[in-house]
Design a protein around this ligand. Structure first.
Ligand SMILES: *[C@@H]1O[C@H](CO)[C@@H](O)[C@H](O)[C@H]1NC(C)=O
Ligand SMILES: *[C@@H]1O[C@H](CO)[C@@H](O)[C@H](O)[C@H]1NC(C)=O
Ligand SMILES: *[C@@H]1O[C@H](CO)[C@@H](O)[C@H](O)[C@H]1NC(C)=O
Ligand SMILES: *[C@@H]1O[C@H](CO)[C@@H](O)[C@H](O)[C@H]1NC(C)=O
Ligand SMILES: *[C@@H]1O[C@H](CO)[C@@H](O)[C@H](O)[C@H]1NC(C)=O
Length: 728
């Protein structure tokens, strides 16, 4: 690293001493800059932050997980400033974070980063002055298209705003909000080419495309995909110049370049086209200052109020020559992505005032929705989850995810499942351990799946682990042995018992009672069943403060301690143990060698079952419209804030408040609908979700657990249990 520094900066090691302003929150009054490590040029933090320290610059770096994390740090006063996009500013405003805009970071010499204009084919311009609506009604629209992975051509919010300036709003309660917009668009325009996925899951998209065919009729290919000739910022210009469409929205830069460069083409002479203004008037394409529909401002430096003057002074003190300086100013300019002198605010402005100068931008974020307002209520299980959910909701709303998430909190997962069942809330998330209860006892269905790479240590798996030096080699050897399950009624419980039923030709009752020598199935002790039964299923459990320890770590710990012969846990947990990543006394103390026992029908992957990392549950009786709406919202959030997108505003799967796996698992790469279960990739045997069928006997200790569900079979089982315990 040192050598790369030298490479970049030459050999100048001259120190510059700046008089400290002292108003920062860092050591000695240093100003603290919050940076998102993965945003911007590669490893810029690692390379340039040390220079700030070495040269006594009065500035120090703090690495944030994402832009929202930096905003939270500013609001907690642990950092002083950072560079933010105008969308981040909207979020800061909505979250009521008290910050000021001190400088604007322009990458080019013009007042706005982007300006959106409308171009029409002159053939639709009426002879006499007309309203915008009458100019455009029943014309053909070359839509900029949809790209779920970037905000170019336009973010959904900006795109919806532009549409709203022309279209009447429809609020049919029987249709999703997205479909309402499509319906309105298709009834206003004669035809359009709006290529790209309208909703980010394939089934839903196909249904909508089929229903609103006119919105694809102007595309080069009826498939209406992102690959279409008329998709995107250049595609819609092509759609205009081919004479296919009458009107478009696009970036002023793109319009100027396109029509400027192609002047030689006769059909493209400016005479055929004109700018359309928001009042319905038109302007010649050769005008230098065309009427603009919407400006998107430049990124800005924002600072907490107390540090704003010092930050402004610092950023405004740069001279052109500093950008090529080998010292801390050059490093800071690089970190702030400053390529020319910033525009200083005097005095620093509050975000709303700053944004007000950009025509249309603020208005785009205050569009009124349908009445009554719609939400997707999401049940969370802790305050931390609720807070993360609130930020996710806000970030989503900024980018036009609609209806917005509304986050509520309940005491635990059972209360959340109950709340979804009763219709109080729409969705809740849960680990694979609640799959059976959710579907059997609460009448819920998994709607969204947390998908990981098909790697044994990232998916959720159930394996039978034993000590390496034990004589146990095959599943049948486990008969009569002592077993620890992470949870009663969880995925390991059902996978193992199903396996034993299948391979040993036993029924549920026989697999539960008497197959193993001893069983610990944590959770049983909380049920309203006989003391004998509780005793039977918690004989060798580990107690801590008189409470039975549950979960994968407890099971593994019992195995390591020699308390049981087999623990049914995931490969992920064992791999953490083997790599000494479990920060508990029993795990740090020397490593006990373990091995999995592979079932004979799964010798390669060795798992008794595997599943996705988590699920979002909704009621089985949910209306298809609502189901589509929920699916759209989650898949959209995944596209915006999941693994693929690089805007850095919010990371759904990243650390939150220094903690992993809050609300979503860290290993999740994408969210999917149940279609994922039909994918060809699923060559690994024993998927748990696909075999989920609890219309019959599902190996319960008793029938006295919660709510509804299928009682018949379990009642039968209960009788068995009672008879069995009586005659023991
Ligand atoms: C809309 O435009 C199409 C083609 O330009 C035309 O055939 C149709 O009659 C128009 N419809 C109305 C209602 O004006
Ligand atoms: C634009 O073109 C028109 C003719 O099409 C011409 O009359 C006018 O002077 C031009 N304006 C500019 C600013 O070049
Ligand atoms: C436990 O079960 C018994 C018998 O079914 C019932 O009478 C009792 O009310 C239950 N207790 C609780 C706390 O649910
Ligand atoms: C979290 O996920 C990322 C990306 O998959 C991975 O690189 C990282 O190692 C994970 N962190 C932990 C602690 O599992
Ligand atoms: C579930 O299992 C029952 C009993 O074995 C069977 O009749 C039913 O068809 C199965 N349902 C599904 C969806 O597989």
């Amino acid at each position: 690293m040192k050598s790369s520094l030298l490479f970049i900066f030459g050999f100048c090691v001259q120190f510059v001493h700046l008089q400290k302003t002292g108003s920062g929150s860092g050591s000695g009054g240093n100003l603290r800059l919050c940076l998102v490590a993965e945003r911007g040029p590669l490893r810029r933090g690692e390379t340039f932050c040390p220079i700030l320290d070495e040269e006594d610059s009065g500035v120090e770096c703090v690495l944030g997980v994402d832009q929202m994390d930096c905003l939270r740090r500013i609001s907690k006063s642990t950092v002083d400033f950072g560079v933010f996009s105008p969308e981040d500013l909207i979020a800061a405003q909505w979250a009521n974070i008290d910050v000021l805009v001190t400088n604007e970071i322009r990458l080019r010499r013009r007042p706005y980063e982007r300006s959106i204009v409308s171009v029409v084919n002159r053939r639709i311009i009426p002879k006499y002055d007309s309203s915008l609506e009458s100019v455009l009604r029943n014309t053909t629209l070359c839509h900029p298209g949809v790209d779920p992975y970037t905000i170019r051509p336009l973010s959904d919010t900006l795109s919806h705003y532009l549409e709203s300036l022309v279209l009447p709003r429809t609020c049919d309660p029987k249709l999703t909000l997205e479909e309402n917009r499509l319906k309105s668009l298709s009834s206003f325009f004669y035809q359009a080419c709006k290529a790209g996925p309208w909703v980010p899951f394939r089934d839903g998209d196909a249904i909508l495309k089929n229903k609103y065919k006119s919105l694809c009729a102007a595309c080069a290919n009826p498939n209406c995909e992102m690959q279409d000739k008329y998709w995107g910022p250049i595609g819609n210009l092509q759609c205009m110049s081919d004479g296919v469409g009458d009107v478009m929205w696009g970036d002023l830069d793109d319009v100027k370049t396109y029509f400027g460069v192609s002047k030689t083409d006769i059909s493209l002479t400016n005479n055929n086209f004109a700018y359309l203004c928001r009042d319905g008037s038109t302007q010649s394409l050769n005008t230098t200052e065309p009427c603009v529909w919407l400006h998107r401002p430049w990124p800005v430096v924002i600072a907490k109020r107390k540090a704003a003057a010092a930050v402004n002074e610092l950023i405004s003190s740069f001279a052109e020559t500093d950008f090529f300086d080998n010292h801390w100013k050059g490093a800071l300019a690089y970190l702030l992505e400053m390529r020319q002198l910033s525009t200083s605010m005097h005095p620093a402005k509050n975000p709303l005032d700053y944004l007000a100068s950009a025509e249309g931008f603020r208005e785009a974020y205050s569009q009124s929705g349908c009445d009554p307002p719609r939400h997707i209520t999401f049940c969370t299980k802790s305050l931390l989850e609720k807070n993360k959910c609130d930020w996710l909701s806000e970030a989503g709303a900024v980018y036009g995810v609609n209806p917005p998430l509304q986050c509520v909190v309940r005491r635990d997962v059972a209360e959340c499942l109950r709340a979804v069942e009763s219709g109080e809330v729409d969705v809740t998330g849960g680990s694979p351990d609640v799959l059976v209860q959710a579907t059997r006892d609460y009448n819920l269905q998994p709607l969204i799946y947390e998908v990981t790479p098909l790697s044994q240590t990232q998916m959720n798996t159930v394996l039978a682990y034993v000590k390496k030096d034990s004589m146990l080699d095959k599943m049948a050897d486990l008969r009569g042995k002592r077993a620890y399950f992470p949870n009663y009624d969880g995925i390991a419980w059902h996978s193992v018992l199903n396996y034993i039923k299948r391979s040993e030709n036993l029924n549920c009752f026989e697999s539960m009672h008497g197959y193993f020598g001893e069983i610990c199935a944590p959770g049983v002790e909380k049920m309203n069943i006989t003391a004998n039964l509780v005793e039977e299923f918690s004989r060798n459990c580990i107690l801590s403060d008189g409470k039975v320890l549950s979960g994968e770590l407890a099971a593994l710990r019992a195995l390591v301690a020699g308390r049981v012969d087999v623990a049914f846990v995931s490969m992920n947990t064992v791999s953490k143990y083997e790599n000494k990543l479990i920060n508990e006394l029993w795990a740090i103390d020397g490593t006990v060698a373990l091995k999995p026992i592979c079932p004979k029908d799964n010798p390669v992957h060795c798992a008794l079952s595997w599943s996705h990392l988590g699920h979002m549950y909704a009621s089985k009786t949910i209306k298809p419209m609502r189901r589509d709406e929920i699916t759209t919202v989650f898949t959209q959030l995944d596209k915006l804030f999941g693994r693929h997108y690089a805007n850095g505003m919010f990371k759904m799967y990243g650390l939150y408040n220094h903690e992993l796996d809050i609300l979503f698992n860290n290993n999740t790469v994408t969210l999917s609908t149940k279609d994922i279960l039909n994918s060809d990739l699923y060559i690994i045997p024993f998927n748990f979700e696909r075999s989920l069928n609890f219309t019959h006997d599902s190996c319960q200790v008793s029938d006295t657990t919660a709510a509804s569900g299928s009682r018949m079979a379990s009642t039968f089982l209960l009788l068995y249990v009672v008879v069995y315990t009586l005659f023991r």
